[in-house]
Ligand binder design. Sequence first.
Ligand SMILES: Cc1ncc(COP(=O)(O)O)c(C=O)c1O
Length: 364
Amino acid sequence: MAQPQIGQEEIDAVVAVMKSGMIASGTIVTDFESAFSDYIGAPFAVASSNGTTALHAALLGLGISEGDKVLTTPFTFIASSNSILFNRATPVFIDIDKDTFLLDLDRLEEYLENANDSSIKAILVVHLFGLACDMPRLMKIAEKYNLQVIEDCAQSHGAEINGVKAGSFGDAACFSFYPTKNMTTSEGGISLFKDQAKADLARKYVNHGRVDQYKHDVLGYNYRMTNICAAIGLEQLKKLPVMNAQRISNAQVYNELLAANAYIKTPVLPSTFKHVYHQYTVVVEDIARDEVQSLLKENNIGSAVVYPYSMTEQEFYQDKSINVGDEISREISRKVLSLPVHPGLNQSDIEAVCRVLNSIGLSK
Ligand SMILES: Cc1ncc(COP(=O)(O)O)c(C=O)c1O
């Protein structure tokens, strides 16, 4: 399902850092912060140890704290909404759109129209599987209700709307560089900001709340990225456009070959959006998803259920969150199946997967 594309360039870059002796956080991290923020088109960047710490730091930078409410999606990886809980704020789950699997902006708007609640402070939107949410519309809603916006871009490095990159719209945007992601630093993350003061605050939290050597004025954390990770990231960033192009080309083969399959609904691609297919996720209709997954497994083909539960079903969330509606999120979590799409695969690999899937789908 995933295969990090590590070449000699990454190996040489890591060896150079090791030989320099500066293996913790240093100038290579600063270089990576500049290169990544330039690539996305957001002015300020704070690198961190992973995508989860990037989210935590971003919310701290935006001042989200106890008693606040943050509107978000119930169909995501748990780190998205955990970052709200880390700050003792309350996640408010708004259901998703059944075609894009993303936060449903009609429902979001409807909720805000009726809520009249001054404790709602922000929207945490997740660009799931490589497809960005409709950010121009979401930003208008946020502006109307005076809310801050955090983009969770852990799965959307290089995704675009009208040629503008996901991660450049919100007050903050967070990326993960875990090895399964569109680019990696081994473990790693970054938060991008529009406002320097918010970025500076996040940076302070990432480094023990430090204001000067051994002087600290808030309860901070050690969430720093290392030069070793940043060196990998600088090389991966150069390769990201090519790796994304291979994902897109693999996805196009799936789209064509699965188009006539009666049991499989391929991912939607709204016009003017660039999907970067962190996952190629289909909806399995009128047949048990497990049967399809077993058939793939019998043929030595990997697949994954991402995600089998709506966040609203997580037991420990019950008394810590508000569930405004999760019907679609629950339904989709029972039907989705992610197929291998990573850049280590080529057309003939995808054709092989489709032959297996079409051995059931075309005979309905
Ligand atoms: C949507 C989303 N948000 C946040 C994260 C957290 O990133 P990390 O695993 O680097 O902490 C992930 C990682 O899987 C993710 O998919």
